[in-house]
Design a protein around this ligand. Structure first.
Ligand code: GLA
Length: 654
């Protein structure tokens, strides 16, 4: 049974932390949730200290009351295991389960996420509390979903991690010789002669060994997934409800989200936009398209977003009027079957008291709460979309190994940035109105007409062969600079870049990298500009579409084409990149979901299995947006021919 089946429609609600409040407030919560149409509350994320006040002693009475109360009020529960925030008694009882930073500092309680994910004492405690919760609430009528942990993100470099890392390496490598070979320890006198010499990549004097750093990321992701599976399996022993964890799609990446996508019953992400205005809208699409893709196209759940300001160390972002609805429908457009917030009621005290909420400090008589209520009522009118999916003919390749390969020390340029290259490729398609999937370089790509491959600095042999197959099968492929440079052990490709099968598919050979200085801009023969990076490209069958005009590379190819295989050897300026993407879309016959809309107006189509279709139209501009044809809008329950500035429409396709 899907979540939407269990809820009877799209999910709407948020993290609910009633332990911060008293009975009078709970009564008001009941009434406000009913009025807003909340049907799902995430409970217990940070409740470990209350649920288990001393090791092995549980107190479930308060949670019994909360679940019963929510259930009586028609609100289903996404029940969390509280393992992201162990209580102080845990620290004192298990000091060896506290995280140690790369420079050797052991952290203590007083915040949250203070545990070493690998420490047996932590894992046992986590499994025990998950099991106890599942035994008690596995069949509780309120429980619709299990929320394991919260955002697996902390890393640790302690001795227990070192031991576990060695075990992982022993399974991966057929002996220490193979490890020495893979990590290139012949250089800098790093040769290991015994396993216990091998450490996690702790603080070092200078560049870390790249192979060691990459393997540590892989190891950590596997550990996090194992920790998730332990709790999930403990829950499944007592409950038939869906199980998930809230993944993050932020600016860094500690997890292989493809692997998590295979293990969760429904993909759930938290999303806090990286910029304001149109950038927030593009980032919403970027997050949503990844969430959908990690789940193989299934409907997913937006587990957390903010109603307004989010305070973090480096950014303060507020939502403008109308954005609560527009961002939420943005997630829906990209395949979500519901949208939740962090959190229901804004905390009066504690570390996140200034983080926005569905009921702000000002109370229900506030702009924010009114917009929340309006969203609830809009979602109530969109129930027929539940279970429908999004179809894409274009894909951007995304791989955590490639990401991690570009996080290391000693790269050929400090300005190569995986995430921004990935986001830029997606943004160019989004700007063109095209719906985009993400795919792993080794996935079957045959359903796509156009594939963009930005920033695969690391590309496996299998990935390179897969891309050659894609082009041979008639797909249009754009491979971008600094691609296929190393294999999955981070060993440089010899004889020229990228990997051989890809060189063949593209009809080129890259002989030399020429990273550019920060203020350097090269002019290409078609009038566009390149910055950040350039390459000396030799043609082996491809034609030059544009050439460099200055410096050592003057006259040599910058952009090439070999049948349907395109290669771009520099980072193009925005206009040049947009023009190239437009050309590729035309060549591959990929069209917007709803052609004819002005720039800044987004439209994505959701398809039901029985052939019904809905266009979700989001006007991110300050001008009214005319629709190509008048259509029935589910939000206003009438025919419309334009969408007001900043407004949204959900058009039922005839
Ligand atoms: C994360 C966490 C929440 C909350 C929000 C604040 O997504 O899961 O507990 O801290 O960030 O943005």
């Amino acid at each position: 049974m899907t979540l939407a089946d269990r809820l009877g429609g799209l999910a709407f609600g948020g993290d609910y932390n009633p332990e911060q409040w008293d009975e009078a407030v709970w009564r008001e919560d009941d009434e406000l949730m009913r009025r807003a149409g909340v049907n799902l509350a995430t409970v217990g994320v940070f409740s470990w200290a209350l649920l288990e006040p001393a090791e092995g002693e549980y107190d479930f009475a308060w949670l019994d009351d909360q679940l019963d109360r929510l259930h009586a009020n028609g609100v289903a529960v996404d029940l969390a295991t509280p393992t992201a925030s162990p209580p102080p008694w845990f620290t004192l009882a298990h000091p060896d389960a506290l995280p140690v930073t790369a420079d050797g500092t052991r952290l203590v309680h007083g915040s949250r996420d203070t545990y070493c994910l690998v420490a047996p004492a932590y894992r046992d405690a986590a499994r025990r509390i998950a099991t106890a919760l599942a035994e008690r609430y596995g069949n509780h009528p309120a429980v619709a979903l299990w929320h394991v942990h919260n955002e697996y993100l902390t890393l640790c470099w302690c001795d227990q991690v070192a031991a576990a890392f060695r075990n992982w390496l022993r399974r991966r490598y057929d002996g220490l010789d193979a490890l020495n070979e893979a990590w290139g320890t012949a250089f800098w006198s790093q040769h290991y002669t015994a396993w216990d010499q091998v450490l996690p990549p702790r603080a070092t004097q200078w560049h870390k060994n790249p192979g060691q750093a990459l393997d540590f990321r892989r190891f950590w992701s596997d550990e996090a997934l194992a920790a998730y599976r332990e709790q999930r399996d403990a829950i499944r022993g007592h409950s038939d409800r869906l199980v998930t964890t809230n993944l993050m799609v932020p600016a860094y990446q500690n997890l292989d989200l493809w692997a998590f996508g295979r293990e969760v019953d429904v993909v759930a992400i938290d999303h806090y936009p990286s910029g304001p205005g149109i950038d927030a809208a593009a980032d919403t699409a970027f997050g949503g398209d990844r969430a959908r893709s990690f789940g193989g196209g299934r409907p997913w759940l937006l587990m957390e977003q903010g109603t307004n300001t989010v305070y973090t160390a480096d950014r303060i972002l507020a939502k403008e009027p109308g954005e609560i609805l527009r961002h939420s429908l943005g997630h829906l457009a990209h395949g979500a079957d519901g949208t939740l917030f962090f959190q229901w009621r804004q905390s009066r005290a504690g570390a996140e008291q200034w983080h926005s909420a569905m009921v702000p400090h000002a109370g229900p008589d506030s702009r924010i709460h009114r917009e929340v209520v309006a969203l609830g009522s809009a979602l109530g009118r969109l129930g027929e979309l539940a279970g429908s999916t999004v179809r894409a003919h274009a894909a951007v390749l995304h791989d955590s190994d490639a990401w991690w390969s570009m996080d290391g020390d000693g790269l050929p340029s400090a300005d190569l940035d995986y995430r921004s290259a990935l986001a830029r490729a997606h943004r160019a398609l989004w700007n063109a109105g095209v719906t985009t999937d993400f795919a792993h370089p080794e996935h079957d790509l045959s359903r796509y007409r156009l594939v963009l491959a930005p920033a695969l600095f690391l590309l496996s042999d299998a990935g390179a062969a897969n891309l050659r197959r894609f082009v041979a099968g008639g797909g249009t492929l754009l491979v971008q600079y600094a691609n296929g440079v190393v294999d999955d052990r981070l060993h440089a490709r010899l004889g020229g870049y990228p990997a051989a099968p890809l060189r063949e598919a593209l009809g080129i050979r890259v002989e030399e990298h020429r990273p550019l200085a920060r203020d350097e801009r090269l002019v290409l023969s078609d009038g566009t500009h390149g910055d950040c990076w350039s390459e000396s490209v030799r043609l082996h069958g491809a034609e030059a579409v544009a050439a460099y005009t200055t410096g050592m590379l003057a006259g040599s190819p910058a952009l090439t084409r070999h049948g349907r295989g395109w290669y771009l050897s520099t980072r193009l300026d925005d206009a040049g990149y947009a023009a190239l993407i437009a050309r590729l879309l035309a060549a591959a016959s990929v069209e917007p979901d709803l052609p004819g809309l002005p720039p800044g107006v987004e439209a994505v189509t959701r398809h039901a299995e029985d052939g019904r279709r809905w266009h979700i139209v989001l006007n991110h501009t300050a001008e009214p947006a005319r629709l190509p044809a008048s259509a029935h809008d589910l939000l206003t329950a009438g025919a419309i021919h334009e969408v007001r500035p900043g407004g949204c429409a959900v058009l039922r396709s005839p």
